[in-house]
Design a protein around this ligand. Structure first.
Ligand SMILES: NC(=O)C1=CN([C@@H]2O[C@H](COP(=O)(O)OP(=O)(O)OC[C@H]3O[C@@H](n4cnc5c(N)ncnc54)[C@H](OP(=O)(O)O)[C@@H]3O)[C@@H](O)[C@H]2O)C=CC1
Ligand SMILES: CC(C)CCC[C@@H](C)[C@H]1CC[C@H]2C3=C(CC[C@]12C)[C@@]1(C)CCC(=O)C[C@@H]1CC3
Length: 334
C-alpha cells in the first residue's frame, strides 16, 4: 500500500519544496496538499504533476487559523482516506515583524554573534492579532489549528500495526523564555513566533507520551534560515539578494543557513525515510547545509521538560473542549 502523506502550507516555500522532494523519493506516494489558497494550491499541484505525471496529488482546503475550516477539512480527509501515514504540520506565519538593528549590530561584535545569527535571539518582535475564533493568530496558526486537526484525525493516525508520524516544522527561534504556561497564547508579549514554536516543541513531546502506545509518533524539525515568503515579510527580497554573499560567508560558521526551500526540507525528507519508532521524542532534527552546499541532518536535544509539556497538553485539551463547545462540534475521539 502506498503511503498517504498530508502537508499543510504546501502552496509555497518549504512545504511546496517538500512535496517535490517526496515525489522524487517515492513517485507512488498519495500526496494531499492542505492549503488555504486554492488558486496557489492548484498551481503547486500543476508543477508537481508536470514533473511526475502519474503522481496522485489531491487538494483540500484548510485554513489552520479557522477552527471551522479545520473541522471541515478533517471530515473531508476522513471521507477520502482510510489512513494517514505522514502528517506534515508545516503551515506557519510570522506577521508584522520588526528587526532590532541596534541589537543586530551590537550582537555582531559580541561572542554570541553566531548564536544570534542562527536563532535570531533578541532580534525580532511581532505584532499579533486575534482571529475570528477569539484566539491569538500566531498561536492558532502555528500550533492550535494543527493540534485540533490531529485530534480530529486520530482515527486515521492511530493504528498499532502500522505507525504514523507527525512532523512539525518548528524553528531555531523557539525559545523557552518567550513561552509562559500562564499566557501560552502569548497575548501579552511581543515574541509570539518564538513562543508558538516553543509551544510546538512541547506539544510534540506530550503527543509522544500520550499516543506512542496507539501507534502515533511525533517529531520536530528545524529548516534553518530559508528564503521564502515568510522571510520576505521580515526584510524585502531585494535586501536579502544583496545580503546573499554575506550569508554564504556565514555558512562557514553555522550550517543553519540552508537558504533554499529545497535545502530547508532536508530534515523533513530524512524523517520520511525513518521508522517512527526509532526516533527520539526529545530530539529536534535540523536541516543543515555546508559551505559547499552539501546537505545533512543533525539532531539536537530540545530545551523541554516533560512535566511542562504535560501541563501544557492538559491546557490544550481544556481549550479544545471550550472552543468545540462554542462551535457546537463533537469533541475529538478519546
Ligand atoms: N523560512 C524560514 O527561514 C523558516 C521557516 N520555518 C517554518 O516553516 C514553515 C513554512 O514556512 P515557509 O515555507 O518559510 O514560509 P511560506 O510563507 O512560504 O509558507 C508558509 C505556508 O503556510 C501557509 N499558511 C499560512 N497561514 C496559513 C493558514 N492560516 N492556513 C493554512 N495555511 C497557512 C501559507 O499559505 P499561503 O501560500 O496561502 O500564504 C504557506 O503555504 C512555517 O511553519 C515556518 O514557521 C521555520 C524556520 C525557518
Ligand atoms: C544575514 C545578516 C547579515 C543579516 C540578517 C539579520 C536578520 C534579519 C536575520 C539574522 C538571523 C535570521 C533568522 C530568522 C529571520 C532573519 C534573521 C533574524 C528566522 C527567525 C526566520 C524564521 C525562523 O523560524 C528562524 C530564523 C532564525 C534566523
Amino acid at each position: 500500500m502506498q503511503p498517504v502523506v498530508l502537508v499543510t502550507g504546501a502552496s509555497s516555500g518549504i512545504g511546496s519544496a517538500l512535496c517535490k522532494r517526496l515525489l522524487r523519493e517515492d513517485a507512488g506516494v498519495r500526496l494531499c496538499l492542505a492549503c488555504r489558497n486554492m488558486q496557489k494550491a492548484t498551481a503547486t499541484k500543476a508543477v508537481l504533476l508536470a514533473a511526475h505525471p502519474a503522481a496522485q496529488v489531491t487538494l483540500v482546503r484548510l485554513d489552520v487559523s479557522s477552527l471551522e475550516s479545520v473541522l471541515r477539512a478533517a471530515s473531508e480527509i476522513q471521507r477520502r482516506f482510510q489512513r494517514l501515514d505522514y502528517l506534515f504540520l508545516n503551515a506557519g506565519i510570522m506577521p508584522n515583524t520588526h528587526v532590532s538593528f541596534k541589537a543586530l549590530i551590537s550582537g555582531l561584535f559580541s561572542g554570541r554573534a553566531v548564536h544570534m545569527l542562527s536563532t535570531a535571539e533578541g532580534l525580532l518582535t511581532q505584532e499579533d492579532c486575534i482571529t475570528a475564533d477569539g484566539l491569538q493568530a500566531v498561536f492558532e496558526t502555528n500550533l492550535f489549528g494543527h493540534f485540533i486537526l490531529i485530534r480530529q484525525l486520530e482515527p486515521l493516525l492511530c493504528c498499532l500495526e502500522k505507525p504514523s508520524l507527525l512532523i512539525w516544522t518548528s524553528s531555531s527561534n523557539a525559545r523557552k523564555s518567550a513561552f509562559s504556561l500562564t499566557d501560552y497564547q502569548h497575548s501579552k508579549g511581543k515574541e509570539s513566533y518564538s513562543s508558538s514554536k516553543y509551544a510546538t516543541d512541547l506539544a510534540s513531546v506530550a503527543l509522544n507520551k500520550h499516543f506512542n502506545k496507539q501507534g502515533l509518533y511525533s517529531s520536530v524539525v528545524c529548516p534553518g534560515l530559508v528564503m521564502t515568503n515568510l522571510t520576505y515579510g521580515i526584510l524585502p527580497s531585494f535586501f536579502w539578494k544583496l545580503l546573499m554573499p554575506i550569508m554564504w560567508i556565514i555558512r562557514f560558521f553555522t550550517k543553519t543557513y540552508t537558504l533554499t526551500p529545497y535545502n530547508g526540507a532536508e530534515a523533513q525528507v530524512w524523517l520520511f525515510k525513518q521508522k517512527p519508532e526509532s526516533l527520539d521524542a526529545l530530539m529536534k532534527y535540523h536541516s543543515c547545509t555546508s559551505p559547499m552546499g552539501k546537505n545533512c541532518v543533525e539532531s539536537q536535544k530540545m530545551d523541554v521538560e516533560e512535566e511542562t509539556a504535560e501541563i501544557f497538553y492538559q491546557k490544550l485539551l481544556e481549550l479544545e473542549k471550550h472552543v468545540l463547545a462554542k462551535l457546537n462540534a463533537p469533541l475529538s475521539p478519546k
